[in-house]
Design a protein around this ligand. Structure first.
Ligand SMILES: *Cc1c(COP(=O)(O)O)cnc(C)c1O
Length: 419
């Protein structure tokens, strides 16, 4: 299937779009709008992933590989944890780096491995904390690839920073003297530089990549079908949101006919998307540092995709936000009520839900739990007054030595570092 750019001047077969990342006209490739289907969608996460994704790959050389790609990527589950009879957390943090980014990163790696990318591709990734580790883990020691990570120095959690520098081998981590938006801009500039792209066989692993976006539909389908199977009304979903990759995937799942009610974007104090959801107007802003650092995004990279689909989806979406104080309260409240430790990003979602409930909403809601709280121990543990158990894969990474190189927040510095 061919996919077209949000800016209308470029289109490509889907596998090429995944290999390129950014469209050649500077826009983002849009998943084509497929008609909703009332099919059964399978029984397991993998079956559901295949049923959802196959139509996008119709006529593509990757179609035959899709079952193997999905088997390679979806090696862990996305269970629902019910907090009461109409509220569930969708636990997306059971992968190797303990955040939902593992799903998309592993699918992208499995896909790029099956597309001829040249003998030595460089996967360039800007990260607000979790993407870098997920991408590094997915490509670690994969022949034919190296990974270059840019993260904002001092603006990721201590354990996130450790994780980013703990891979070594074909992974290099740079701590950039700037914000996440600076890192994202440097990556975009590099990917827009034809000569640089040719020289280093650059490709992107940022959330603009369809190879990350599309597989994220699967766990929303899985959650919605599990609700249907166990007799619940179609759930609405709250998605802690930064670059809008995860929430956009939820919109796509809904578009395909999955029984999903409303989709609520929950941001931190970086609120460009709250305004966008309300007005349809997009005004990027400077990044504000918050406790939910993986969502510290002033200029969400997928905003352009939401704008392109806005007339069709505006009735289905809503948005609200939580400041740091509210994040802390939500962590505390969730612990007190349910004895459940949640990360600061998930807390944005729980805070937004709390307000809906206070206004009398009695519907079934799923809150996407985007990272394991152990990644944010320095925030979570003092609030709940208890230790959070570290999942085994995270503990293994934290036991390794770590190293990151400093880098000025300038595109020219990145070009030099790539050489
Ligand atoms: C990346 C991330 C988010 C934001 O996801 P987007 O797809 O960028 O909207 C939320 N929570 C955590 C823990 C993350 O790592």
């Amino acid at each position: 299937m061919r996919v077209a750019s949000t800016r209308g001047a470029a289109s490509a077969p889907i596998s090429e779009a995944i290999a390129h990342g950014l469209a050649t006209d500077g826009g983002l490739y849009m998943p084509p709008q497929l008609p909703p289907s009332a099919r059964e969608w399978g029984n397991t996460l993998r079956e559901r992933a295949l049923a959802l994704l196959l139509p996008y790959f119709a006529d593509d050389p990757l179609a035959d590989h899709l079952p193997a790609i999905i088997d390679e990527a979806f090696t862990f589950d996305a269970p629902l944890r019910w907090l009461d009879d109409r509220t569930a957390l969708l636990e997306l943090f059971h992968g190797p780096t303990a955040a939902f980014k593992d799903f998309g990163a592993r699918f992208l790696a499995a896909t790029l491995t099956r597309i001829a990318t040249g003998p030595n591709a460089t996967v360039l990734v800007a990260t607000s904390g979790d993407t870098g580790a997920a991408v590094a883990s997915a490509f670690h020691r994969r022949p034919g690839f190296r990974v270059v990570i840019l993260y904002p120095d001092g603006r990721v959690s201590p354990r996130q920073a450790h994780q980013l520098g703990a891979f070594g081998d074909n992974v290099r981590a740079f701590r950039v003297a700037g914000t996440f938006d600076d890192c994202q801009r440097m990556v975009k500039t590099a990917l827009g530089d034809r000569a640089l792209v040719e020289r280093h066989q650059l490709t992107s692993a940022n959330s603009i990549s369809l190879g990350r976006l599309l597989p994220q539909m699967a766990y929303y389908a899985h959650a919605a079908m599990e609700c249907a199977r166990t007799g619940y009304a179609p759930p609405s979903v709250i998605v802690p949101t930064g670059n809008l990759g995860n929430a956009f995937a939820c919109l796509l799942a809904r578009e395909r006919g999955l029984p999903i009610g409303k989709i609520m974007l929950a941001t931190n104090a970086n609120r460009a998307l709250v305004a966008l959801a309300a007005t349809g107007r997009y005004e990027p802003a400077a990044t504000v540092a918050t406790l939910a650092n993986a969502m510290d995004v002033g200029a969400p990279s997928n905003a352009e995709r939401l704008l392109a689909r806005f007339p069709q989806v505006r009735h289905a979406i809503d948005a609200d936000w939580a400041d740091d104080e509210a994040i802390g309260q939500a962590i505390r409240r969730t612990w007190d009520r349910h004895h459940e430790a949640i990360c600061p990003h998930t807390a944005c979602g729980m805070e937004v839900l709390e307000r809906l409930r206070a206004r009398g909403d009695r519907g079934t809601w799923i809150v996407a739990a985007t990272a394991h709280p152990a990644k944010f121990d320095t925030v979570v543990e003092p609030i709940i007054g208890a230790r959070v158990d570290v999942p085994r894969p995270l503990a293994e990474l934290l036991a390794r030595p770590t190293h990151a190189e400093p880098l000025p927040a300038e595109p020219s510095a990145l070009a030099k570092a790539l050489a």
